[in-house]
Design a binder for this molecule. Structure first.
Ligand code: AHR
Length: 499
């Protein structure tokens, strides 16, 4: 197989926010995840310092919070100030202590060094409540909400630039679900009030690959939005925790950009492409397991709807399948960098996240290493690489259907000085493959170095007392066009070239 890289054939410049993350008030993501007061690893504010360091190491650019379904009945005012009432969270049927709220979220983002991204309650919430939240965060000292922030000890505004109006309000499972017509009107009125508070906001709104929903949304509020938000979990596990195996997971890599192309076409038809970008602000191969709560018939006892949530914490579920899939998803974002400006791994800590916390430390799950390589080793200019003699393989889906997928997934990047860095994903569960890389239009590199996320099998994983996945760095090798670069089976590879 050959990859021809022309330094002058440019897709665009990737926005680093495609390496973003998401955290929700669900199970152990916030409490015992990023916020664990009393733990020996937490700082004076109760934040897990080991989690902060791990998020810094993957250059976390932005963090979306507080939900997700949780937000659609969340009253942000319960999470600020001295009086923090514990309330019943009707989204997830648990008590929310409200000890982690807006001020804590902003403080956490400052420690990580990432942008805060707040998703508002457009389920039971109103345009006034959403814009009041913007007042609390972004006004200097005018009005009751900014003054309340000052009373709470934060004299300087938080300057939160990124806001999403609502979360999946199209879904029957969502509290306060809306029709397309209702949604367009609520988003427009909310955006109007939020922008009256701070005209510099980067506003998004919940959307999906449904033309009626999006046409109504964009007709009514398109002129006020900078982003349109879409979500996907390919291996849907809410009711049954029956994870796709390695081969079945590879089938999903045929369907990575389905939503993106539909939304792209709609934005073009409405002449909004170039003005509105896509925020893929929830994505993960693995859907979260939370049975009997998104259903009409609710679980009647904790064993049927609460206890099963612990199954998300089984670290052996997160294998090279997750790493290979996640790398292919990020490659898709890079190849569509003209329209995808943000993506948020859902979630980043615990549940199906790439970081698992326990009382004595962390487990870095396989996808963590993909972020570590992509965020640190790939460059910002994305090139349009040409693939010749593409390798393919037949795999069998979860439904028993045989599908053909490309075996090798490639994205080429460079910096302003034509220093190239390629991501080459080998989906083959058994075989290594040799990839010839040919450069056009720039100085031919002399050497290269291979950084690989590898595991000893397709089902390799990490756990508290088990290390099966990590990053292997090769020494500097002499580069020659004729000599292929060998990538191991079921691996994610970054090849950095040096002139
Ligand atoms: O499974 C978790 C949920 O997935 C999130 O809360 C929601 O945004 C999405 O439906």
């Amino acid at each position: 197989m050959k990859v021809i890289v022309d330094f002058d054939r440019i897709h665009g410049k990737r926005d680093p926010m495609i390496y973003g993350h998401f955290i929700e008030h669900f199970h152990r993501q916030v409490y015992e995840g990023i916020f664990d007061p009393g733990n020996k690893l937490s700082d004076k504010d109760g934040f897990r310092t080991d989690v902060i360091e791990a998020l810094k190491k993957i250059k976390t650019p932005i963090l979306r919070w507080p939900g997700g379904c949780f937000v659609s009945s969340y009253d942000w005012k319960n999470g600020v100030g001295k009086n923090r009432p514990a309330v019943f969270d009707k989204a997830w049927r648990v008590e929310e202590p409200n000890t982690f709220g807006t001020d804590e979220f902003i403080a956490f983002c400052k420690k990580v060094g990432c942008e805060p991204y707040i998703c508002t309650n457009a389920g039971t919430g109103t345009a006034e409540e959403m814009s009041d939240w913007v007042e609390y965060c972004n006004l200097i000292d005018q009005g009751i909400h900014a003054k309340h922030r000052i009373e709470n000890g934060n004299t300087e505004p938080f300057d939160v630039a990124y806001w999403s109006i609502g979360n999946e309000n199209y879904g029957s499972w969502e509290i306060g679900a809306k029709s397309a017509l209702e949604w367009g009107r609520l988003v427009n009125e909310s955006a109007k009030m939020m922008l009256r508070v701070d005209p510099n906001l980067e506003l998004s709104a919940a959307a999906l690959n449904d033309l009626d929903w999006n046409i109504e949304l964009l007709k009514q509020s398109g002129e006020r939005l900078k982003w349109i938000s879409i979500h996907e979990y390919w291996d849907k596990l809410a009711q049954e925790n029956d994870l796709a195996d390695y081969e079945q997971t590879m089938v999903f890599t045929n369907y990575l950009d389905d939503q993106v192309q539909i939304v792209r076409g709609l934005l073009q038809a409405m002449k909004l492409d170039g003005k509105i970008r896509i925020s893929y602000d929830e994505w993960n191969l693995r859907g979260w397991h939370h049975p009997n709560v998104h259903t009409v018939e609710q679980g009647k006892n904790p064993e049927s709807y609460l206890a099963p949530r612990d199954l998300n914490d089984d670290n052996s579920q997160y294998t090279m399948a997750d790493a290979v899939f996640s790398a292919c998803f990020l490659n898709m974002c890079l190849k569509n960098c003209d329209i995808i400006g943000m993506a948020n791994f859902a979630p980043v800590v615990n549940t199906r996240g790439c970081i698992f916390t326990h009382k004595d430390g962390l487990v870095l799950r396989s996808t963590y290493f993909v972020f570590e390589l992509f965020a640190n080793q790939l460059e910002e200019i994305v090139l349009d690489a040409l693939i010749k003699n593409e390798l393919q393989m037949d795999v069998i889906s979860k439904k028993g259907k045989t599908e053909t997928v490309s075996t090798i997934d490639v994205v080429a990047t460079r910096d302003e000085n034509n220093n190239a860095s390629l991501a080459i994903v080998n989906k083959d569960p058994q075989k290594s493959h040799s990839v010839e890389v040919v450069f056009r239009g720039g100085t031919i590199p002399r050497q290269y170095q291979l950084f690989s996320v590898i595991g000893d099998s397709p089902d390799a994983y990490n756990d508290v007392d088990h290390t099966g996945v990590g990053i292997k760095e090769s020494s500097l090798e002499q580069y020659s066009e004729a000599k292929g670069i060998t990538v191991p089976p079921h691996s994610v590879n970054i090849i950095k070239f040096y002139k």
